[in-house]
Ligand binder design. Structure first.
Ligand SMILES: Cc1cc2nc3c(=O)[nH]c(=O)nc-3n(C[C@H](O)[C@H](O)[C@H](O)COP(=O)(O)OP(=O)(O)OC[C@H]3O[C@@H](n4cnc5c(N)ncnc54)[C@H](O)[C@@H]3O)c2cc1C
Length: 455
C-alpha cells in the first residue's frame, strides 16, 4: 500500500485525504490544530461557497453532511453601479443546481473525524520546513495543502501566470445572524452582489454556520482608500458588523432594512486581510533536494471576489487523486507533479483564474454588451426569456468558468453568445436592454426607485 502525507486540514487537504483513503492508500494528515480546535477556536479561512461540480465530488466522497440543513443558494442577484447612488442595472440569474457555503470550521472538524474513523492517521503539529523534509523522507508522496501559510513559500511564484504582484482588494468577511433568508422581490435565494465600479464590491452569501445554521456570510472587497475600505483597524467582529451596517446605510441603502438587525454569529466568525492572487510552481524543493506537491491555495490563491478559491481547490484535489491512482506503482517525481498540475490548469485552473480576475478589473466592452443584453430578464420564470438565459449563464460560469468567460474577453464571442442565448440579433438585444437601463436612469433622476426587474 503506497503511503502519502498531506499537510493541512483545510478543505483541499481533507478532500485529497478522503479521496486517497477511499482509494486504498495509507494516508497521514498533518494538521496544526485538532478537530475540536477547528470547531471552537478557529476562524473560518473563507466563505467557501461551492457550486455543483465541486459539491458533486464531495457527494462522491460521502462528505456532504449538511446538504439537507444548509440554505441552498439558487442564483445571483447583482446590482451594478458605475458610481455611488446610481444603480445602473441588475442581473438576476439562476443556477441549474444550487450552491452551498458550509462553515469551514464545522466542515474540517467533521471531515477530520470522518477521516480518523476510516483509519486515517492524524498528527497534530505545526510542520516546519526541516520537519517537512523528514516527513517527505518517510512517504512516497508529500502533499502540501497549507493554504497561504508560510509553507506556501516553498513553491516559487509563477511570474508568467500570476497577473498581480500585490493585493487588489482589502477584504472583510463576517458571519451574521438576524438577516432574513431572502430579499423582498427576489423570488429565489441568491448570493446578493453589489458591484461599485469605482470602489469595490459588497456581497452577501447564504451560509450554514456551525452553531446557528442558516445565516449570512457578508463580504467586502474594498479598493484601497475608497469608501468601502474602513475595516483595517477593526479590533473585534462586533465592530466589523457595526461598520458593515454603516457602509450599507450610506452606500447600499436599498439593503439596509434587510441588514439593520444583524449581529455577529460568533466571536471568531470574522476576517480582515489582503493577499495577492498568485499561481505557484506546483513542485516545491526542500533543503535536502526532496520534492513536495502543492495543493489548493498553496498552489493557486484566488481573490475571493468570484467565490472560486475553494471550488478551484476542490477540482485540483480531484485531479490530483485521479492522477495518483493512475500512476499505479511508478514514482511521484517532479515531472509527474508538473504534468498533474498542468492537466488541471489546462482544463479548469487557467480559465477559473482568468474569470476571477475579470471580476477585479473594470468591466470589458464585451462584458458591458452581455450585461446590457441580459437586462430585462425578470428571473421569475426560469428560462422563459432569451435575456434570462444570459443571466443564468453568468451565474453558471461560477460553477464552470469554461462557459461564459471567453465571451467576456472578446466582442465577437460575446455577440455570438447573445445571439445564441436570446435568439435575437445581438444589436437588437443590446439596444432593447439599453433602453430599459435608460428608463431606470430617468426614474432615478426623478428621485424614484430604478424599477429594475427583480429589484
Ligand atoms: C474572505 C474569503 C472568502 C472566500 N469565499 C470563497 C467562496 O465563496 N468560494 C470559494 O470557492 N472560495 C472562497 N474563498 C477561498 C477559499 O476559502 C479557499 O480557497 C479555501 O478555503 C482554501 O482551502 P485550502 O485547504 O487550500 O487552505 P486553507 O483553508 O487555508 O487550509 C489550510 C490549513 O492547513 C493548516 N496548516 C497551515 N500550515 C500548516 C503547517 N505548517 N502545519 C500543519 N498544518 C498547517 C491550517 O490548519 C490551515 O487552515 C474565500 C476566501 C476568503 C479569504
Amino acid at each position: 500500500m503506497r503511503n502519502i502525507a498531506i499537510i493541512g486540514s483545510g478543505q483541499a487537504g481533507l478532500l485529497a485525504a478522503h479521496g486517497l483513503i477511499n482509494a486504498g492508500y495509507r494516508v497521514t494528515l498533518y494538521s496544526d490544530r485538532t478537530a475540536d480546535q477547528w470547531l471552537n477556536e478557529s476562524r473560518p479561512t473563507g466563505t467557501a461557497a461551492r457550486f455543483h461540480l465541486s459539491l458533486e465530488y464531495e457527494r462522491e466522497l460521502g462528505l456532504n453532511h449538511w446538504e439537507k440543513a444548509a440554505p441552498k443558494g439558487e442564483g445571483v442577484h447583482l446590482t451594478f453601479s458605475p458610481a455611488k447612488d446610481n444603480r445602473l442595472l441588475t442581473l438576476a440569474g439562476r443556477l441549474k443546481d444550487y450552491f452551498l457555503a458550509i462553515d469551514l470550521r464545522l466542515q474540517s472538524h467533521r471531515w477530520m473525524n470522518d477521516f480518523a474513523a476510516k483509519g486515517g492517521q492524524i498528527e497534530i503539529e505545526n510542520v516546519t520546513v526541516p520537519r517537512l523534509d523528514d516527513i517527505a523522507a518517510g512517504h512516497e508522496l508529500t502533499i502540501v495543502a497549507a493554504g497561504r501559510a508560510d509553507l506556501c513559500n516553498l513553491f516559487e511564484r509563477d511570474a508568467a501566470r500570476s497577473v498581480y504582484d500585490k493585493p487588489q482588494r482589502n477584504l472583510t468577511m463576517i458571519v451574521t445572524t438576524g438577516g432574513k433568508m431572502g430579499f423582498a422581490g427576489v423570488p429565489f435565494l441568491p448570493v446578493k452582489f453589489n458591484f461599485f465600479a469605482p470602489f469595490g464590491e459588497a456581497f452577501y452569501v447564504p451560509y450554514f454556520h456551525k452553531d446557528h445554521g442558516p445565516t449570512w456570510n457578508m463580504l467586502i472587497e474594498a479598493k484601497p482608500g475608497g469608501p468601502l475600505d474602513r475595516f483595517a483597524d477593526c479590533k473585534s467582529g462586533d465592530q466589523a458588523v457595526e461598520i458593515y451596517k454603516q457602509v450599507i446605510k450610506e452606500i447600499i441603502p436599498w439593503d439596509y432594512d434587510w441588514a439593520k438587525d444583524m449581529q455577529l454569529a460568533d466571536p471568531h466568525g470574522w476576517l480582515v486581510g489582503r493577499f495577492a492572487p498568485t499561481v505557484r510552481n506546483p513542485v516545491g524543493r526542500l533543503p535536502s533536494g526532496r520534492i513536495v506537491a502543492a495543493l489548493g491555495d498553496t498552489a493557486m490563491s484566488l481573490d475571493p471576489v468570484g467565490g472560486q478559491g475553494a471550488n478551484n481547490g476542490n477540482k485540483m484535489a480531484r485531479n490530483l487523486v485521479e492522477s495518483i491512482v493512475a500512476r499505479k506503482d511508478r514514482p511521484f517525481d517532479a515531472q509527474w507533479m508538473t504534468e498533474t498540475f498542468e492537466r488541471f490548469y489546462a482544463r479548469t485552473g487557467r480559465i477559473t483564474y482568468t474569470f476571477n480576475n475579470i471580476l477585479l478589473e473594470p468591466i470589458t466592452a464585451a462584458g458591458k454588451m452581455l450585461l446590457m443584453a441580459q437586462y430585462g430578464s425578470d428571473g421569475r420564470v426560469r428560462g422563459s426569456t432569451g435575456q434570462q438565459r444570459i443571466a443564468d449563464a453568468f451565474i453558471e460560469n461560477f460553477n464552470d468558468a469554461n462557459g461564459l468567460t471567453p465571451a467576456f474577453l472578446d466582442g465577437a464571442t460575446a455577440r455570438a453568445a447573445i445571439k445564441e442565448k436570446t435568439g435575437m440579433s445581438w444589436p437588437f438585444a443590446v439596444v432593447r436592454g439599453a433602453l430599459g437601463v435608460a428608463r431606470g436612469q430617468i426614474r432615478q433622476k426623478l428621485g424614484r426607485e430604478p424599477g429594475h426587474p427583480v429589484a
